[in-house]
Design a protein around this ligand. Structure first.
Ligand code: FAD
Length: 471
């Protein structure tokens, strides 16, 4: 049997013959959808959004049904093959790849059913946020995800899901009404308030630790035309503090993210700002246009250098929103600031601008207002327990090449520490997945309960390529 290190994603090799024998039942079920390294399509399927040191899976199973998921899990478990589960492939810690193991690629499980009458959207486990949002938007409905179309609904929901509608409707996981889950032994179970409620609790924040979610039932809300888009300003501490206060004190319909970042050479950004630090907000106000104008007034009074905010269908916020280019090497640390209705002061804003100005490569301090509906949920009600913070802050950096990664990691660590966000954090934004990161993601009581659920549903820790809750 091979040995696997879930922190580094590496596995000791096994013989090709032993591997072929182990995979035979899966090869019989999947045919040419079981990709080995020589197969066409393997390289694409072995590439995730974030680059890094090679992690070359022994095989990738492009499953198309719940039954095939079960077969793949049983094969991996019986053969002692390390397993990774891939949906959108966006996790910064590259959980979706496992060196020498089996990747369960869910992307062909891409069905979406929008049941407007029931107010429920049903997404298969490999659906992407943009595809779901377009389908729901066609009926004037939405479930809130983040800000990026290519993120997987599975990954974002199981870890949290903070975005344009979170202050109004809660995190994505607060809108998870139920799920179908394939367990490590291939058994298919339902999780919801009345069926396996312990599993339902753990899925809402505990990530992919408990099984493969093949169907997510998500609450839909009416969201038609919104006021949204991008605004950009030259970076001043007073300006940043004003923007953050406007979000903190604004209505719950008003949400988004603010980046302190070096402006990329994008055509919509004035050329003289390329390569210089800027403040950039991506925002949505989902109330009336008059209420939006009022909430946006302090931002507009700062004299933005770019104001692309306009009325548009909510789903249009996800069109072409792929985020930064895929394949870059980088690091990220995340944490929380303040409590209740609160905003960082000008000193903090100055430190954020200074940190980004001093970065060697592309870097950003990403600031997301929390509060509202996120904070109204009891911290014990879901495995996402960080309910009271006012802001979530993520410090991220990209390295131009793998050799420059240590310098980027050093910058990320020092900027996170300077900005007071080096401790507890949001599991979906963590660039590393050590045991310390797991302890930072989950308060002690939450982690203890997660481990209890893990012992019940995955005692053998088949689902280990994640922020791993050990049984
Ligand atoms: C450009 C970019 C923008 C982002 N924006 C936001 C944002 O606005 N808000 C926010 O909250 N987050 C955001 N994220 C973070 C994102 O939520 C996480 O990276 C999330 O894990 C991505 O899910 P995925 O399915 O794309 O990734 P993957 O890497 O495919 O999945 C990550 C892990 O989740 C688990 N998983 C995924 N699907 C399933 C499933 N169906 N069943 C069981 N386990 C599963 C597995 O353990 C898997 O390894 C962003 C990330 C990037 C790179």
């Amino acid at each position: 049997m091979s040995t696997h290190d879930s922190t580094t994603g590496t596995t000791a090799p096994r013989s090709p013959e032993a591997l072929e024998r182990a995979l035979a039942p899966l090869a019989a079920a999947l045919g040419d959808r079981l990709l080995t390294p020589a197969a066409a399509g393997f390289a694409e399927a072995a590439t995730v959004f974030v680059g890094g040191p090679p992690r070359i899976p022994a095989a990738i199973a492009r499953v198309r049904s719940t039954a095939e998921v079960g077969t793949a899990l049983v094969v991996a478990r019986d053969a002692g093959l390390p397993l990774a589960v891939r949906a959108g492939g966006h996790h910064q810690a590259r959980h979706a790849l496992v060196d020498g193991g089996l990747v369960l690629d869910l992307r062909l499980l891409d069905g979406v059913e929008i049941d407007a009458a029931a107010g429920v959207g049903r997404a298969q486990g490999g659906v992407l946020a943009g595809a779901y949002t377009a389908a729901a938007g066609a009926q004037g409905l939405a479930t809130g995800f983040g800000d990026t179309a290519t993120v997987g609904v599975g990954g974002i929901t199981l870890g949290g899901g903070i975005g344009y509608l979170s202050r109004r409707d809660g995190l994505t996981l607060d809108n998870l009404l139920g799920a179908q889950v394939v367990l490590a032994d291939g058994q298919v179970v339902e999780a919801g308030p009345d069926e396996n409620p312990d599993l339902y609790w753990a899925l809402r924040g505990g990530g992919g630790n408990f099984g493969v979610v093949t169907r997510l039932d998500l609450r839909l809300r009416e969201v038609g035309t919104v006021t949204g888009g991008m605004m950009m300003w030259e970076p001043t501490p007073a300006g940043l503090a004003t923007i953050l206060r406007a979000f903190a004190e604004g209505p719950e319909e008003f949400a988004g993210m603010i980046n302190v970042m070096v402006a990329p050479p994008a055509p919509m950004i004035p050329a003289e700002l390329h390569g210089t630090p800027v403040l950039m907000a991506l925002l949505v106000h989902s109330g009336t246009s008059a209420a939006a104008d009022e909430a946006l007034a302090p931002l507009r009074a700062l004299g933005p250098v770019l104001d692309g905010v306009r009325e548009l269908p909510y789903a249009a916020m996800f069109e072409g929103a792929g985020g930064p280019p895929a394949g870059g090497v980088g690091d990220a640390r995340t944490g929380f600031l303040g409590r209740g209705v609160w905003a960082p002061d000008e000193d903090w804003a100055a430190a954020a601008i200074e940190a980004v100005s001093g970065a060697a490569g592309p870097a950003a301090v990403n600031i997301r207002p929390m509060g509202g509906a996120i904070g109204r949920v009891d911290p014990a009600a879901t495995a996402f327990a960080h309910r009271d913070p006012a802001f979530m802050v993520t410090v991220g950096g990209s390295a131009p090449a793998a050799e420059a990664l240590p310098a980027t990691q050093e910058w990320v660590a020092s900027a996170a520490s300077a900005l007071g966000v080096a401790g507890r954090g949001y599991v979906n934004f963590m660039g590393a997945a050590t045991e310390e990161d797991v302890r930072n993601a989950y308060p002690e009581a939450t982690l203890a309960r997660l481990r209890e659920v893990k012992r019940e549903y995955d005692p053998g820790n088949l689902f280990a390529s994640n922020h791993n809750v050990r049984p």
